[in-house]
Design a protein around this ligand. Structure first.
Ligand SMILES: NC(=O)C1=CN([C@@H]2O[C@H](COP(=O)(O)OP(=O)(O)OC[C@H]3O[C@@H](n4cnc5c(N)ncnc54)[C@H](OP(=O)(O)O)[C@@H]3O)[C@@H](O)[C@H]2O)[C@H](O)CC1
Ligand SMILES: [K+]
Length: 505
């Protein structure tokens, strides 16, 4: 399933029209065939006799609304179509569609009584006010309509995006539609997945592709992260524990001891044979091991560290550490050895110190910042990153030449010329230690010989599913990172099951 920015979507529309000699009305017609298909199959199986209140804007999102209204009418539904803007502002396409629909009302001319009567008689509201064309400032008439729709209590079906959610970053304008369903046309927009979109979108439902031109060579190919893209490391019954790899987590510090333990333990749960937590001299992990199955040790200098990393297949550096300049040399040494390395937490700011030396790394580094850590690296605010996440992801790849897992409500894996979006909103994942579990999972897969891409994908998928399983038991409020950790097995089972089904065909 592809993901597009608004600019990419516009380019696709433009090229489809030029290369296939197609006009906007044909595109809208194709889009609403697919929207109707989703509406009937997933929301309202018997639309005949039911009333839909369809509220439309002056652009192509509004054209989608009017075209859908016509098709619902043909199926025997009752339709009340309202245009927000007066006629002089309508696009050519909107004019044509409104004309063929027959009766269309203008927002400013609708009395309160009429509105109340329509709301009382309707089963659904269709929100076709704004789609990908939404810009920041909200016009008063649009804001008023959105507020009034939100107050009705009726299920709202938003077309493409909830009106007021911006198509690239998912940020809400000062007001936005609170949808029950959002039917997304042709491919996810980055704004369907990121920012606060999950608060407004309700259930996301994607239409089939509508036959738009698609670049065979995009700057960055963007897709949804899907389970069936994965394979797990193989396991032999005759194996020795070192055959399954050894992970070392260099983590924890005074006051943040648990982070290192969570990461090391998460790694062990992926199936690696040995997992060790190493702490440096200022905090002796040995004195407080929470888990008997972990090896725990301390190092005091370079030599001590490299000695301890013998027979190590992957290192995660940074869960629960704080930035110390001395760590630059430790990280550099690991980079120059043959050991795959994940930089997390307190080790992320070291990237700026290491910038000139990253090319010396034998393995491409994996870095796992959340948006705040990303912002600090670029010396901007988190708000700046949230305003244009795709720009910052691409800048990150280009500036540092590393692989990236940007953690957030929608975690994004970025590597080379590709991005993978993992969408599955769960507020319970925003809890202390959740990121440490994730970096440990990625490290655990790396230690078993997975490539960076496989380890990042499996790590993110397992983390999300373990989080969903923890939510089922404890709920989003009460679940903690220990609960995510103890449900990792369910995430792994999920992946194993998908792989088994794929093999069966
Ligand atoms: N890509 C596809 O497969 C297809 C998508 N389609 C649908 O088209 C929309 C995008 O349509 P577009 O016309 O580009 O944009 P919108 O309909 O979202 O709205 C643009 C108009 O709204 C005005 N606007 C923008 N922001 C605001 C605001 N905050 N307050 C008030 N008004 C606003 C803007 O007017 P200007 O004054 O700036 O000129 C625009 O005119 C996409 O989302 C799909 O639903 C088609 O189906 C074709 C296939
Ligand atoms: K909309």
């Amino acid at each position: 399933m592809n993901v597009y920015t608004v600019e990419e979507m516009r380019e696709r529309d433009r090229n489809t029209m030029i290369q296939h000699n197609m006009d906007i009305l044909t595109l809208v017609d194709r889009a609403t065939d697919e929207i109707l298909d989703v509406l009937v199959s997933s929301i309202c199986p018997q639309p005949e006799g039911k009333q839909f209140l369809v509220v439309c804007g002056k652009g192509n999102n509004g054209a989608d609304g009017l075209s859908l209204a016509g098709k619902l009418k043909n199926l025997g539904s009752r339709v009340v179509a309202i245009m927000i803007q007066p006629q002089e502002f309508w696009s050519e396409e909107v004019r044509t569609l409104a004309h063929s629909l027959g009766e269309v009302f203008i927002w400013d001319e609708v009395s309160v009584e009429r509105w109340d009567e329509w709301v009382a008689g309707s089963r659904y509201i269709v929100d076709a006010i704004l789609g990908t064309g939404c810009r920041g400032e909200m016009e008063p008439a649009v804001a008023a309509a959105i507020a009034q729709i939100n107050e009705t209590g009726l299920p709202v079906i938003s077309l493409d995006l909830p009106s007021g959610i911006r198509g690239n970053n998912g940020q809400a304008c000062e007001i936005a539609i609170k949808a029950t369903y959002t039917i997304v046309v042709d491919g996810y927009k980055t704004g369907n997945l990121m920012g606060s979109s999950s608060v407004y979108s309700g259930e996301l439902l994607l239409t089939k592709e509508v036959g738009l031109w698609t670049s065979s060579n995009p700057d960055y190919k963007k897709t949804m992260l899907e389970r069936n893209q994965q394979k797990l490391p193989s396991r032999s019954k005759a194996a020795h524990k070192y055959d399954f790899g050894k992970l070392v987590v260099i983590g924890g510090s005074r006051g943040m001891e648990g982070a290192g333990f969570l990461a090391a333990m998460a790694g062990l749960r992926t199936g690696c044979g040995v997992s060790q937590l190493l702490s440096c001299e200022n905090w002796e992990a040995r004195k407080m091991s929470f888990y008997p199955e972990l090896m725990v040790d301390t190092f005091f200098d370079h030599q001590g560290l490299m000695e301890k990393l013998k027979k190590t297949n992957a290192v995660v550096f940074g869960p629960g550490t704080v930035y110390v300049e001395r760590d630059v040399e430790y990280v550099q040494e690991i980079m120059e050895s043959d050991i795959p390395l994940v930089l997390d937490g307190g080790a992320i700011p070291l990237l700026n110190d290491l910038r000139d030396r990253i090319q010396l790394s034998k393995h491409r580094l994996i870095v796992t910042p959340h948006t705040g850590e990303m912002a600090r690296l670029f010396r901007v605010t988190s708000r700046d990153v949230l305003e244009d996440p795709v720009y910052f992801i691409t800048s990150f790849l280009e500036s540092y030449q590393v692989d990236l897992v940007m953690k957030g409500p929608c975690t994004v894996i970025a590597s080379g010329q590709e991005m993978f979006f993992s969408y599955g909103p769960n507020s319970g994942m925003a809890t202390a230690g959740s990121g440490d579990v994730l970096s440990g999972l990625i490290g655990g897969f790396l230690a078993q010989g997975c490539s960076n891409e496989e380890a990042m994908k499996s790590g993110v998928l397992v983390h999300q599913e373990a989080g969903n399983a923890a939510r089922k038991i404890y709920g989003e409020r009460s679940m903690t990172s220990t609960d995510i950790l103890s449900n990792i097995y369910k995430g792994i089972h999920g992946l194993e099951q998908t792989i088994a089904e794929d093999v069966k065909g």
